[in-house]
Design a protein. Structure first.
Length: 68
């Protein structure tokens, strides 16, 4: 199955709409955000914390995550 990484800040009010749109495309969803979610341990494949102040590190983290 294809997977999509949604980059969404924790303060976004549109997260639900993005997730619903992604589901309609029949893809696996991972949400990348600027803070670790308290629910990350419940769905480690669905949530990814990224350091938005270090773009190179964020890209490397996303790349490594995509290979898992």
């Amino acid at each position: 199955m294809r997977r999509i990484l949604l980059l969404i800040p924790t303060t976004s009010y549109r997260t639900k709409a993005f997730i619903e749109a992604s589901r309609s495309m029949d893809v696996e969803i991972t949400v990348g955000s600027d803070h670790k979610s308290t629910l990350a341990e419940m769905n480690p494949a669905g949530l990814l914390a990224l350091d938005i102040f270090d773009i190179d590190r964020a890209v490397e983290s996303a790349w490594t995550f995509s290979k898992s």
